[in-house]
Design a protein around this ligand. Structure first.
Ligand SMILES: [Zn+2]
Ligand SMILES: [Zn+2]
Length: 106
């Protein structure tokens, strides 16, 4: 995930993509009932709610941090979609077959 932290002092828009503790790009938002509550690293579990401005080294607090990019939901590839359609077709065919078999044998 990507976050945007806008500096109050120098108005630099900082992009936060990596954990400040382990530098892994595995950070995600922490959401509570009140809304966006912080950022947590899913690699080392470091959670933080403020970042340093790359321009002037001021601390940017949660109020000025926002989510830029959510990870896209996994979409089925065209091949998987085709397979699913065929699977559905065969399941229907099997049901029809069982239905007719039961119907004619009685
Ligand atoms: Zn980390
Ligand atoms: Zn700044």
């Amino acid at each position: 995930m990507k976050f945007k932290a806008t500096c109050k002092t120098c108005e630099t828009a900082n992009t936060v993509i990596a954990c400040p503790n382990c530098s892994q790009q595995k950070i995600k938002d922490v959401t509570k009932e009140t809304g966006f509550a912080g950022i947590q690293c899913s690699n080392c579990f470091h959670s933080f709610s403020s970042v340093k401005c790359g321009g002037c080294q001021s601390t940017i607090y949660l109020k000025d941090i926002g989510v830029i990019e959510k990870p896209p939901p996994p979409k089925p590839t065209p091949l998987e979609t085709v397979l699913l359609v065929w699977l559905g077709f065969f399941v229907m065919l099997a049901f029809a077959f069982l239905f007719f078999k039961a119907f004619f044998s009685s």
